[in-house]
Design a protein around this ligand. Sequence first.
Ligand code: PSU
Ligand code: MN
Length: 336
Amino acid sequence: MFVRFGKQIISAKVRADSSIASRRLSTFSNLIDVHPDVRIALNSNRPVVALESTIITHGMPQPQNLETALQVEDIIRSQNVIPATIAIINGRVKVGLDKNELNNLASLGPEMVFKCSRRDLGYVLSKKLSGGTTVAGTSIIANMVGIRVFATGGIGGVHRDGHISMDVSADLIELGRTPICVVSSGIKSILDIPRTLEYLETQGVCVAAYQSDTGHFPAFYTRSSGVKAPYNLKTPQEAALMIKSSLDLQLQSGILIGVPIPKKYAADEKVINDAIEYAVSAAKKRGIAGKEVTPFVLEAVSKVTAGKSLESNIGLIKNNAYVASQIAVALSNLKN
Ligand code: PSU
Ligand code: MN
């Protein structure tokens, strides 16, 4: 069977799911540049893990942002999985970046590059600008090209006073309407974790902890939020079967898997909570609002903890990339 991608014609034994992926790819080929490695993997049903880029452009300082992005991609490749970092570069949607593109994106700095959630995509594309895609933005694009597993550090959530300010991340709504499995360490405790989990339930998002010794959903910097997770998955195969069942049912909603931070990177609970209290109140005092809130608080926490929180952040992202790769492999084995 022959599948067309722009000008290229690739011969491949295409099964049901990958032919859907290729139809999707050609539908959007006028807007989206899919890296050849990603394109070939999707077409031959080999595992791919999507990665977001707001973490590079707004979530981490230089040079750790680039170093981490490259290391995370290498971890994924070491599992025989293709990494697909998603971003907007000069008005083109990119699925899979080469080293040069990653380098450029990481060196732009937040003033030069947009933080792109659903609402920002059309504007940034129309103006031929560049952007780091959030969990919401990345999920939309990954789904367009048929990627099912996505690894990141943490997702957005309901802010601590979100029931008053209405500051609720678009990530949560997107997870409710996009069939993607996001592997993260949950929601930072700069946010309101119990309310975020309630909201995810309302949106119909399947939430599960992964190999949690308490059965609790993780709290990003620490292994437990004290809130019981609806499910606790033990193996990549269990996760893959769950993804497949939701896809087969065509639920069109997402799955959030919360992987506790590895013990050696976990932060001291008191130190991190004090830093967060300080950062959240500093944001309030300075009148930081909208999409600036999350990056501001992240930076402030990192400063107060003298970079310790950044170390935790990097440690957990790498571990999540590893777990997501294992899940993507298990999923691709199920499809064969
Ligand atoms: N949490 C982190 N690091 C990050 C983000 C969240 O620990 O870099 C980024 C992600 O891209 C996430 C976004 O999708 O922030 C959420 O932003 P907001 O709260 O404005 O929706
Ligand atoms: Mn917000």
